[in-house]
Design a protein around this ligand. Structure first.
Ligand code: SAM
Length: 292
């Protein structure tokens, strides 16, 4: 087997050979610990029939482990300077394709159709650039891609918010947006020491397993998300106060909001952070008629 890319010595040698300088603005913190990488691959349950999509391969540390275990890997990398490095470090692997593109601009569904035709088991696996973690995850979920799930490294604080339960201080509109589409778990906490350069924050790995259908069935998804975001606009306020101040013409529609809360069996004095996804679903369906 080829020597691992993700060791401190090999990584340093690659960076020196190419005179590579990290761009903080692109969230470049590279992993130098193969044990962590193997655990990520295990959590993602990558097998020989799996097609894997990676975001931000860097110098190929994770890509290499994915290539050894997957049928095929397609990786999106925004930084052109990494392309010659990747074609060198990943040259032993014939099942890897690098796409030079900002993943937020990419037509991922078209890439799936083209690169993974006939493959049923698709996973997204990444050590995400931390400056765009949430937009990337939300894009992948909102586009309803035919993937089994997403296993990604990100800031521990964001991981905690994503997998939070109602009634905790981390629970908010991000927890709801992601748990609506997936079953979310934090599966590993990762120390700063396994990266070069070391990030300022602690990291964690989350596993998002796509639900066959959303966690709650609602009349209008966009309105459901609008209601949840409004309910957390000011965390110390009651749900009634947040909804009246945030929903369009909310102040004039206070009586209607009160009726909807009562029909959904939710006390107007409760705070958004205590409501489950089911309660938000009921509430947004009751509010829907008054706002459409
Ligand atoms: N996968 C490598 C590893 O684990 O060592 C590198 C991970 S590093 C945290 C994030 C990578 O994402 C960098 O290579 C960076 O250039 C790339 N990147 C940043 N923003 C991106 C974007 N919008 N689309 C695609 N890649 C991006």
């Amino acid at each position: 087997m080829n020597k691992d890319i993700a060791t401190p010595i090999r990584t340093r040698a690659i960076l020196e050979r190419y005179g590579f300088s990290f761009k903080k603005s692109l969230g470049q913190n590279f992993l130098i610990d193969t044990n962590i990488l193997q655990r990520i691959v295990d959590f993602a349950e990558i097998g020989e029939d799996t097609g894997t999509i990676e975001i931000g391969p860097g110098i190929g540390a994770l890509t290499e482990q994915l290539a050894r275990n997957s049928k095929k890997v397609v990786a999106f990398e925004i930084d052109q300077r990494l392309l010659p490095i990747l074609s060198d470090t990943l040259s032993p692997y014939e099942n890897v394709k690098i796409i030079h593109k900002d993943v937020l601009e990419a037509d991922v569904q078209a890439v799936i159709d083209q690169e993974f035709a006939g493959m049923d088991d698709l996973m997204v696996v990444a050590n995400l650039p931390y400056y765009v973690t949430t937009p990337i995850i939300m894009k992948l979920l909102e586009e309803q891609l035919p993937i089994r799930g997403i296993v990604v490294m990100l800031q521990k604080e964001v991981a905690n918010r994503i997998s939070a339960s109602p009634g905790t201080k981390e629970y908010g509109s991000l927890s709801i947006a992601i748990q609506y589409y997936t079953h979310a778990e934090t599966v590993m906490i990762v120390p700063k020491t396994v990266f070069v350069p070391q990030p300022n924050v602690d990291s964690a790995v989350i596993r998002l397993t796509r639900r066959e259908k959303p966690a709650v069935l609602v009349k209008d998804e966009n309105f459901f998300f609008q209601v949840t975001r409004s309910s957390f606009a000011q965390r110390r306020k009651t749900i009634l106060n947040n909804l009246t101040s945030q929903l369009p013409d909310g102040k004039q529609k206070k009586e209607e909001i009160l009726s909807a809360l009562s029909a959904a069996d939710i006390e107007p004095t409760r705070r958004g952070e205590t409501l489950s996804l089911e309660e938000f679903g009921r509430l947004s369906d009751e509010l829907y008629t008054y706002f459409h």
